[in-house]
Design a protein around this ligand. Structure first.
Ligand SMILES: [Zn+2]
Length: 104
């Protein structure tokens, strides 16, 4: 069974989710609880990162420590299409005067 320490609330519907990294290196929210109807195999790697892969026709069964998970986007009750982490405000690029290089 997966541990609970990485469960966070969805920013859209406040359901329990976990953030996983897909095989493509993308972040994907999955429902915190294992779901037999899900199409993802999820496991925690040696560094504590949750890894998710889609169970494909070639590898349709869970392997090793994987558990079956549902992509949260499939069940999110938020009106927003995808749960997202609050984005940090963009820092303005620091504009340096170009003249300093030639000042001396
Ligand atoms: Zn949600």
């Amino acid at each position: 069974m997966p541990s609970d320490h990485d469960i966070v609330p969805c920013t859209g519907c406040y359901a329990d989710i976990r953030w996983a990294i897909t095989v493509n290196g993308r972040r994907q929210a999955v429902n915190a609880k294992p779901d037999e109807a899900g199409n993802l195999g999820v496991y925690q790697d040696g560094t504590g990162t949750l890894r998710a892969r889609v169970l494909t026709a070639e590898r349709p069964t869970l392997e090793g420590a994987e558990w079956r998970a549902m992509p949260h986007a499939a069940t999110c009750r938020s009106p927003r299409p995808q749960p997202r982490r609050p984005s940090r405000p963009q820092r303005r690029p620091v504009v340096r005067p170009a003249a300093w290089r030639w000042a001396r």
